[in-house]
Design a binder for this molecule. Structure first.
Ligand code: SPD
Length: 429
């Protein structure tokens, strides 16, 4: 956080006239968008003018969502002001844009109350500003406790401070599921004491596991997610309009339940009409699926211990290959090349044996809350090359339209450039 608040100012053009003049629908959409963006709604006040047009504000604990509509111009001006770093104003913007069916938008973000400037008027005010920015003094107090979650490995560990109160804890038949409220990374999903995602950096992983294949295979209609019970990969996939159906196969219903309750911005697409959620074993599901059933298969697994172990096996990937259509793409999360070198190398080799070496590529992303921060994905395709068949312009437009936070056309290309030690591990240099 560099400032007290974030102000997202949006012009929504060519909206649905009916939606712009429907007070009840507009108010509900604004409230829902605020909630899904992570805000706590205090109240709302909407007014319809004669003969048309609506002004309204949703007051949130963290500031406000405000709108004015001009149905006669199919236009609305929206401003979203949020304080603290637990809210995603851009998610709110995106949901309202969809609700009003805006065809064209222009938006910008302005920092309000930049801390560097506030400092000039004295330390006391600066400290007060920091408290205000944290939004809820109650939460701030909780974080004053020195409570840490530590993901421990044999020779290293990674710790995050949290509020002390576990939001969710359950021993499911498959694993121990926990959701912590962390001080710096929002709510965090932990399975068997391994960090799966945090609200602050989840977009890096979910954008990279999704948009790299979907902006290479630009006509994918049917997509399968194996794992991905938090919903983040589905959320990103459903941004692609050509995708007609997404099937998400998650073994553990309690992961889905925890995400729905405590990770609302990540699980925001669970009710999307194109998404089918199947609570089933992904390995069995793929064995029973017909050949050539999917254009893209994404393996969004947890680490290769416990229920996800079989998602790193050759037998599983033979079935994945069978279920991909010609031109289809597999992307699988593939652990850290630095810390999990054996698994990383073995699973790429598995994919190479099945798809052929020339059709398998490794790409990387920086994910702060995963071990070493250097995370890898395996891309294996039936003939589509992630760089030669990549349409940069399309990726650039998609990135702008959806205000992606990590992925863009340059990252797509750069992600396939590998550090020397990784190239050597893979026999590439
Ligand atoms: N070490 C963490 C690896 C987790 C990969 N899967 C995360 C699931 C997020 N949808």
């Amino acid at each position: 956080m560099k400032a007290l608040g974030r102000h997202v100012i949006v012009e929504l053009y060519r909206c649905s006239t009916a939606k712009l003049d429907d007070l009840e629908c507009l108010e509900q959409s604004m409230i829902l968008a605020a909630q899904k963006a992570g805000a706590t709604v205090i109240n709302s006040n909407f007014h319809r003018f004669q003969p048309w047009g609506i002004s309204g504000v949703v007051v949130i604990q963290e500031s406000h969502f405000a709108i004015h509509t001009w149905p006669e111009y199919r236009f609305a001006s929206l401003d979203i002001f949020t304080c603290g770093d637990t809210i995603d104003p851009w998610l709110g913007y995106h949901l309202i844009k969809e609700a009003l069916q805006a065809e064209y938008v222009s938006a910008k973000e302005v920092e309000r109350g930049v801390f560097a400037e506030l400092e000039q008027v004295g330390q006391r005010l600066h400290e007060q500003a920091l408290v205000t920015a944290s939004v809820a003094p109650r939460v701030q107090q909780q974080f004053d406790q020195n409570m840490w979650f530590t993901e421990s490995h044999e020779d290293f560990a990674f710790s995050l401070r949290h509020s002390g109160a576990l939001l969710y804890k359950k021993n499911s038949p498959y694993q121990e599921i926990k959701v912590y409220e962390t001080a710096g990374f929002g709510n965090m999903l932990v399975l068997d004491d391994l960090i799966m995602c945090t609200e602050k950096d989840e977009y890096i992983y979910h954008e990279m596991i999704t948009h790299v294949p979907l902006l290479t295979h630009t006509k994918a209609q049917r997509v399968l997610i194996v794992g991905g019970g938090d919903g983040g990969t589905a959320r990103e996939l459903l941004k692609h309009e050509h995708v007609e159906a997404v099937v998400l196969v998650e073994i553990d219903p309690d992961v889905v339940a925890a995400a729905k309750q405590y990770l609302p911005r990540i699980s925001s697409s669970f009710n999307h009409p194109k998404l089918t959620v199947k609570i089933a074993d992904g390995i069995q599901y793929i064995h029973e699926s017909p050949a050539a059933a999917f254009d893209v298969i994404i393996v969004d697994s947890s680490d290769p211990v416990g229920p996800a172990e079989g998602l790193f096996n050759e037998a599983f990937y033979q079935q994945v290959y069978r279920c991909l259509r010609p031109g289809g793409i597999l992307v699988a999360q593939n652990e850290s090349p630095l810390y999990h070198s054996q698994v990383f190398k073995q699973s790429l080799e598995t994919h190479q044996r099945i798809f052929g070496s020339e059709h398998v590529h490794c790409y990387l992303a920086s994910i702060p809350t995963y071990p070493s921060g250097l995370w890898s994905f395996s891309y294996a395709a039936k003939g589509v090359h992630p760089l030669k068949d990549f349409d940069r312009d399309r990726a650039r437009l998609f990135t702008q339209e959806h205000y992606l936070m990590y992925y863009n056309e340059d990252i797509h290309t750069a992600a396939f450039c590998l550090p020397s030690f990784v190239k050597r591990m893979l026999g590439l240099g």
